[in-house]
Design a protein around this ligand. Structure first.
Ligand SMILES: Cc1cc2nc3c(=O)[nH]c(=O)nc-3n(C[C@H](O)[C@H](O)[C@H](O)COP(=O)(O)OP(=O)(O)OC[C@H]3O[C@@H](n4cnc5c(N)ncnc54)[C@H](O)[C@@H]3O)c2cc1C
Length: 385
């Protein structure tokens, strides 16, 4: 795409989503158009669209952001094409999603819609449709995996470990994530990151935190039963990409908060099987000490892996009075915002950086690292919901 078209789309998209109301309006318009024109697509979405609506706009934001660097978005777009096969959706139907998006964008622009905007959006959305369709058609692997829960264990009031045995092994790269559908929440797919590397017997482990107002995570943490079956889509993301030439041979800085440690743990476990690792610094953070629920695993790894340094960080030195479970490490080494602590801790400008955590933690940490001189292209994180 021409860079002029990329800039036009970016500024247009920013204006269409410059407030929560406008963002909701764009998502609502997309789904209204999609369900009116293609009513059969309704069955792929949950009965209640509440938590679903804005996901399409957040996904589009990620694509718009990288339009002028297709290499940065096309791998994910292709993965999404493969991943959407889990719905049993024929790849030839992807075009109806982008058609509805194009009409929603046109409607949101109202009288400001120009021929230039129409052509630019059409070029961008065609690029996405073609990449998704081609990738889905070319994929010979399974459309989805069925996993039987073999273990469900509460680590804290809010965090559960769930282990599944898949109907066939999944060949994911440590650091990738998958979408998951659990029995009590049909069609409410949520992303989870395996906390262990791919396993030839099909065992996969997830760490799930309960989001108090959430639809799916409370159900997983509280109500998962051994023997129930989950459905998993194909792996997504490039956090642990081993083939990116710019990343090979660099020392690594990995920053996690809460269950964001899962994709980092999977990578560390995989690295522990090799002998050629570059130095790795892991900053593992939580609001309270008890949030660092997996620190013992990381410490055990660091004891046998001379390339690994683990730095625990908490925002508050004291656990809250209402917390009744295990206290976590005492005392934690650093106290404060993890982004600031990392930036103050050393010089990271040549490191390959990964950040895993909530959207606000990722945003703040990126801005601390940028201020400390770390180039943006060295900072990796998954798309934010
Ligand atoms: C790439 C990726 C990997 C992920 N890996 C994991 C993982 O390994 N383990 C895990 O537990 N979760 C993980 N998540 C988050 C997970 O996908 C869900 O978003 C989370 O479990 C909440 O789902 P829910 O249905 O309970 O909440 P929803 O019903 O989707 O949301 C309810 C409300 O909670 C807010 N909310 C959603 N998530 C959070 C959050 N993390 N913190 C605070 N507020 C939130 C929403 O904005 C909304 O207002 C990952 C997310 C992404 C994007």
């Amino acid at each position: 795409m021409e860079s002029r078209q990329c800039s036009l789309i970016r500024s247009n998209f920013e204006s269409l989503t410059d407030s929560p109301d406008r963002t909701h309006a764009l998502s609502n318009s997309f789904y209204s158009i999609l369900f009116a024109r293609h009513p059969e697509t309704r069955e792929y979405f949950p009965a209640s669209m509440g938590g679903q609506r804005d996901r399409i706009v957040h996904g589009l934001a990620h694509i718009v952001d990288g339009l002028d660097r297709p290499d940065s978005i096309l791998p994910l777009v292709r993965q999404l094409g493969r991943e959407h096969r889990k719905h049993g959706f024929d790849p030839s139907r992807f075009a109806c999603l982008t058609e509805a998006l194009a009409l929603a964008v046109e409607q949101a622009n109202g009288d400001d819609w120009t021929r230039d905007l129409a052509e630019s959006w059409s070029t961008a959305l065609d690029l996405v449709t073609t990449a998704m369709t081609d990738a889905a058609r070319a994929d010979q692997g399974p459309a989805a995996w069925v996993g039987t829960v073999v273990e469900h264990r509460l680590l804290t009031d809010d965090i559960a470990v769930v282990r599944l045995r898949l109907d066939r092994p999944m060949d994911y790269v440590p650091g990738q994530y998958v979408s998951v559908q659990v029995p009590g929440r049909p069609r409410m797919w949520r992303y989870l990151s395996p906390a262990t590397p791919a396993d030839s017997t099909g065992i996969v482990e997830f760490h799930v935190r309960r989001v108090s107002s959430g639809w799916v995570s409370p159900s997983i943490v509280r109500h998962t039963r051994v023997g129930e079956t989950w459905v998993l889509g194909s792996p997504l993301g490039s956090l642990g990409d081993r083939d990116d030439s710019d990343r090979v041979g660099r020392a690594r800085l990995m920053i996690a908060s809460g269950t964001g440690i899962a994709p980092i743990r999977a990578q560390l476990m995989s690295m522990a099987r090799r002998t050629d690792n570059t130095p790795v610094h892991v900053f593992y953070s939580g609001r309270f000490s008890y949030d660092l629920y997996d620190l013992t695993t990381l410490d055990a790894l660091a004891r046998v892996a001379p390339w690994l340094t683990v730095v625990p960080v908490v925002e508050n030195a004291e656990n809250p009075r209402w917390h009744t479970g295990p206290a976590g490490p005492q005392p934690a080494v650093y106290e404060g915002s993890v982004g600031r602590i990392v930036a103050d801790h050393g010089r990271w400008t040549d490191h390959d950086v990964q950040i895993c955590g909530s959207p606000s933690m990722v945003r703040t940490t990126v801005s601390h690292l940028r201020a400390a001189g770390v180039p943006l292209e060295r900072i990796h994180h998954d798309p934010q919901p």
